[in-house]
Ligand binder design. Structure first.
Ligand code: GNR
Ligand code: NI
Length: 191
């Protein structure tokens, strides 16, 4: 297992528009495995390549991770793999008029959460880790997470969907959270 450090705002790699992958190679497949390890270890339900400092259009997610019977304890990292999904060069084909609100978090904005409104259902086309094209229709948390990750590939963070008042509040709380958890964060994140 190889986990990679996660970049935290305001690192410029998180604001960049990531480059398309022209040809899916073994290097990309290795990166995908490390991204999945990093996501499960974090723990998170999604991760985009810019969050580990690679400005490429690759994202992973797993919204079907098994949960512990006991709500307050976490499953050991090796048991968290549910249904990992890999999207390379994802393209949004369609999004529903109907919207959905979800209390979102982001591994690059540690400890912060806010309600974000997005289309409830989306259709996305992408390549898998073998370079094979596929299409999915995502709904619920899957749709929310997929849109959150595609945003990362375009240099967009969940805070960009908030009013300036709420965004300022999150950024102020992030500074406080970072100060209070500096030692822990420095083990897993690039600040
Ligand atoms: O782990 C994560 N949880 C989450 C919750 C609600 C909406 C989106 C997400 S994605 C986030 C991991 C992350 O930062 N991915 O970029
Ligand atoms: Ni995120």
């Amino acid at each position: 297992m190889a986990t990679l450090p996660i970049y935290v705002v305001p690192h410029p790699v998180l604001k960049r528009v990531a480059d398309a992958v022209s040809n899916v190679t073994d290097d990309h497949r290795r990166l995908v495995e490390n991204m999945l390890d990093t996501m499960y270890a974090a723990p998170g339900i999604g991760l985009a390549a810019p969050q580990i400092g690679e400005s490429m259009r690759i994202l992973v997610l797993d919204v079907d991770q098994p949960r512990s019977e006991n709500e307050d304890e976490e499953l050991p990292v090796e048991k968290r793999r549910g249904k990992p999904q890999v999207f390379i060069n994802p393209e949004l084909l369609w999004s529903s008029e109907e919207m959905n609100v979800y209390d979102e978090g982001c591994l690059s904005i540690p400890g912060q959460y806010a309600e974000v409104e997005r289309p409830k259902i989306v259709r996305v086309k992408a390549l898998d880790q073998n370079g094979k094209q596929f299409e999915v229709e995502a709904d619920g948390l899957f749709a929310t997470c997929l849109q959150h990750e595609i945003d990362h590939l375009n240099g967009v963070l969940f805070t960009d969907h908030l009013s300036s008042l709420k965004r300022d509040m999150v950024m102020r709380k992030l500074k406080k959270f970072t100060k209070e958890n500096l030692e822990e964060l420095q083990k897993t994140h690039i600040l």
